[in-house]
Design a binder for this molecule. Structure first.
Ligand SMILES: Cc1cc2nc3c(=O)[nH]c(=O)nc-3n(C[C@H](O)[C@H](O)[C@H](O)COP(=O)(O)O)c2cc1C
Length: 545
């Protein structure tokens, strides 16, 4: 069977249906819950400073890098970069249990995504190193030292100062709760984490570029995974390698020459990954599909999006880092608050890929995801079903594939970048809720989104694009989270939805386009039983060793 067929088969068998959910554990085996914090035991731990003062930036500066001056790479700035992207955001406790939340969201708060940094030499660290980021201690764990010679070659290749960040996924963390569908969520989470890094880097004036030519094996080699002793099913799987650099608005290579990758092969890597569970379970469907969706080396590619125009917002000024730090998922919405139309259009605008604007200038790929909108409560907008094309290319084809009764009426007075259409007027609260696994947050908010991606053609062209499509959905999800906060509302990603029920709402009769992710926005109803503690209160003096 062709790999693309196997990927499509995985996608089909992990669809939720109203009468049959994708296969997951019969019960939650709490004694076996995976540790959300990976450690590499037996290595040098380098504590990162927590930001004494956040970068001063308005919320629009999250998207506009030119407003933030370039900050030199140092332990201090790397600390801020990670604290504002993948660090802890709070601790919650209830009934004797406590758990950490992070700046980046994760399905079920299970956090399958790990980060590794490959840093050049800097003051007090003469050789640079390959490090794992430990968010619990906000510290780097040093696994290898590439040395100055290798770094000189890297600099020569990229023609700029910079460093690398790799993201990896531990599938078992998600499959423990979500079973076979978990592979999708790991990829959503990687997309959220990539956007988090992009926003945080932007505030430091840093550019971040996805090195899209590299293979999974290249990334594994750089991270020393070939020399790491993994516990079965608790392996980290490479998502991607990002290059963080100073070359504002100039192109950087998307590859690393093979000979440089090979130089990492001869390094010695230390550190033993901590066991995460007593008895990890074999979700062989995930093992199988992930072993097939392997990214090979490809031609490096850069992408052209929309031209670099500025956002015109009429919202009260808000500090960017406050929005980043207070981002949370709502567990319930109040069922009555409206979102003003101009905020809604401002939010949609942020989802349109633009050159040199975060987070799309990561250049994860061709924009392939569009937004079906269940608009319940937007002031000045008739409630109903709407559609936003994030790329004009798919406009005619999607129109043809949908119900012929749809109006396709272009919404008046929207910003010029928005191809935003009314499909059907009416109350879609119960439809939104029922296609989102009956979750009330899909009906009680101001809006609910379904992310519709060009699917079959991409998977047949290159099966690894299955991952890229989910990253793109996660990237959009992260924008929606921050935009919701900027409007003094709250968002929630929803990985649970009835796939084909949404396709029926659209009128799709095949898998040319598929729904990949849902998202709700509204006024949150807080769970007042929970106690909130500061993110790093546990790092009292002497604990970080
Ligand atoms: C990919 C993804 C899927 C999610 N799916 C759901 C969902 O179906 N229902 C829900 O209530 N929350 C969902 N969430 C929200 C998570 O449960 C939430 O991010 C996590 O508990 C951490 O809390 P925080 O976002 O407040 O940091 C999802 C989040 C992500 C990133």
């Amino acid at each position: 069977m062709a790999i693309s067929e196997e990927v499509i088969q995985y996608h089909d068998r992990t669809k939720h249906h109203p009468h049959r959910y994708a296969k997951s554990p019969d019960y939650l085996d709490w004694a076996n819950e995976p540790d959300p914090f990976r450690r590499y035991d037996g290595v040098r731990l380098i504590p990162l400073p927590l930001a004494e003062k956040d970068p001063e930036a308005d919320y629009l500066d999250l998207y506009e890098r030119k407003n933030s001056t370039f900050q030199a790479i140092s332990l201090k700035t790397i600390g801020t970069f990670l604290e504002l992207s993948l660090g802890l955001s709070a601790w919650k406790s209830f009934g004797g249990a406590s758990w950490a939340l992070r700046i980046n969201p994760s399905s079920g708060n299970l956090h399958p995504t790990e980060a590794h940094l490959i840093l050049p030499p800097w003051e007090g660290n003469t050789q640079g190193g390959v490090y794992h980021y430990n968010p619990f201690y906000h510290a780097l764990e040093q696994r290898a030292t590439p040395g100055e010679k290798l770094w000189a070659k890297i600099r020569e290749h990229f023609l700029t100062e910079g460093f690398f960040v790799a993201l990896t996924s531990i599938y078992w963390r998600e499959s423990w709760k979500y079973g076979e569908r978990a592979y999708r969520y790991c990829n959503h989470d990687a997309g959220h984490a990539a956007a988090s890094l992009s926003f945080s880097g932007t505030l430091l004036g840093w550019n971040i570029t996805y090195l899209n030519a590299l293979s999974d094996q290249d990334v594994e080699t750089v991270l020393g995974f070939h020399k790491t002793r993994w516990k079965r099913f608790e392996e980290e799987h490479p998502d991607f390698l990002l290059f963080v650099h100073a070359r504002s608005e100039k192109d950087v290579p998307r590859e690393i020459p093979l000979e440089l990758i090979q130089s990492f092969r001869s390094l010695s890597y230390s550190g033993e990954p901590n066991p995460l569970s007593n008895r990890p379970t074999d979700w062989h469907v995930i093992e199988e599909v992930s072993s097939k969706i392997v990214k090979p080396r490809t031609q490096g590619k850069s992408y052209q999006y929309r031209v670099h125009d500025s956002f015109q917002e009429k919202m009260p000024l808000q500090e960017a880092t406050k929005i980043i730090r207070r981002r949370r998922s709502a567990v319930a919405f109040d069922g009555k608050t409206y979102m003003p139309k101009e905020h809604f259009f401002g939010l949609l605008e942020k989802t349109i890929p633009r050159n040199h604007k975060a987070p799309f200038d990561l250049e994860l790929g061709e924009p392939s995801v569009h937004l079906l909108v269940f608009a319940h409560r937007v002031t000045g907008l008739q409630s109903g079903l709407y559609f936003l094309f994030r790329h004009e290319r798919d406009l005619e084809e999607i129109k043809q594939r949908c119900h012929s009764s749809f109006l396709w009426k272009r919404v008046d007075n929207t910003p010029e970048s928005l191809l935003f259409y009314l499909l059907k007027e009416g109350d879609f609260r119960s439809t939104g809720q029922s296609v989102s696994c009956h979750q009330e947050i899909a009906a009680d908010g101001a809006l609910c989104f379904a992310m519709i991606a060009r699917f079959k053609e991409h998977i047949e062209k290159a099966p690894f694009l299955y991952r890229t499509l989910h990253w793109e959905a996660g990237l959009i999800g992260q924008i929606l989270y921050l935009e919701a906060e900027a409007c003094s509302l709250r968002g929630t990603g929803m990985g649970c939805f009835f796939d084909d029920a949404v396709h029926e709402v659209m009128g799709f009769s095949d898998n040319s386009f598929q729904d990949l992710y849902h998202f709700g926005i509204g006024e949150a109803v807080e769970d007042l039983r929970l106690v909130t503690l500061p993110p790093y209160h546990h790092l009292a003096k002497g604990k970080q060793s």
